[in-house]
Design a protein around this ligand. Structure first.
Ligand code: ADP
Length: 260
């Protein structure tokens, strides 16, 4: 019980602090459009851990009622990890963690992509009402990569959230992970609505959304994929998409192992 209340208080405090400091930042009259774009992107990224923790807390309330200690602890661990991630993201927003050319500044460390992808999948499936079936077949048991873990977590989060958002219930997602000589390749495939061919070249543009009135009646800002592309470019990597309307989409990421 105490831990749960603590998580809730911590979340409230973090959001309060964030809003207050964001207002302060606003007052400082940021003239650069790209700097604004960075804040836009990052605030978008802050919402995901908030909704994950929200969903986890609701689940914990049910587990408390059922006295299901095992799952209570699991969801508390997830909440704590998400709050840490949120804290990290908030600090980066507040520090306006961008270089002279307004690109996000990376903080790289070496970590194993296999458990990393597993935990991203777990988190993505918590914050949705839809039933999500995930197939994850990594080529290798362990794959160490030097990258910015927090930004990469957002990258995967965005792609997984989109796969869920733009698919009907139940959702099926297939993730592959390949270890190659010079790079790692990660793909995320869904069997969702797909993207019309004429719009494919623009999906990574800021504020681009497939025009409503068609199959894309889901709310969003069109910032997620622009941010994803930006983060990958900062890693000297890239992202491609293949899609067929009514059949689904595959987003494929390449990240070089040696980023100069
Ligand atoms: P948002 O989802 O907030 O609109 P994104 O930048 O993440 O913004 O995506 C841009 C657009 O690309 C979306 O509006 C949607 O039309 C399309 N899109 C992205 N991912 C998928 C997907 N997995 N399946 C179908 N359409 C997608």
């Amino acid at each position: 019980g105490g831990q749960f209340v603590f998580s809730l208080l911590l979340l409230t405090a973090l959001i309060g602090t964030f809003i207050y400091l964001l207002k302060t930042i606003r007052k400082q009259n940021q003239s650069a459009i790209l700097r604004k774009a960075f804040v836009n992107n990052m605030t978008h990224e802050l919402k995901t851990p908030v909704s994950t923790v929200m969903a986890a807390v609701e689940a914990i309330q049910r587990f408390v009622a059922k006295d299901d200690k095992v799952r209570m602890h699991k969801y508390l661990d997830i909440s704590k990890a998400e709050l840490e991630h949120l804290n990290d993201m908030i600090e980066r927003v507040l520090a306006l963690d961008v270089d002279e050319t307004h690109r996000v500044r990376l903080t790289k460390s070496t970590f194993d992509l296999v458990p990393f992808v597993r935990s991203c999948l777990e988190v993505a499936t918590i914050a949705t009402q839809k039933q999500v079936k995930v197939i994850f077949n990594p080529d290798v048991e362990r794959l160490d990569l030097l990258a910015d873990e927090a930004h990469l977590k957002n990258v995967l989060g965005n792609l997984l959230d989109n796969a869920i958002k733009y698919s009907d219930d139940p959702v099926q997602i297939t993730v592959t992970l390949k270890d190659r000589t010079n790079d790692v390749v990660l793909s995320i495939a869904d069997k969702g609505k797909g993207i019309p061919a004429e719009h494919l070249p623009r999906v990574f543009d800021m504020f681009f959304r497939v025009p409503a009135g068609t199959v894309h009646e889901v709310k969003g800002f069109g910032l997620g994929l622009a941010y994803v592309k930006h983060v990958l470019e900062q890693h000297a990597g890239r992202i491609r998409v293949q899609s067929e309307i009514g059949k689904g989409s595959i987003f494929t990421i390449n990240i070089p192992k040696n980023q100069l």
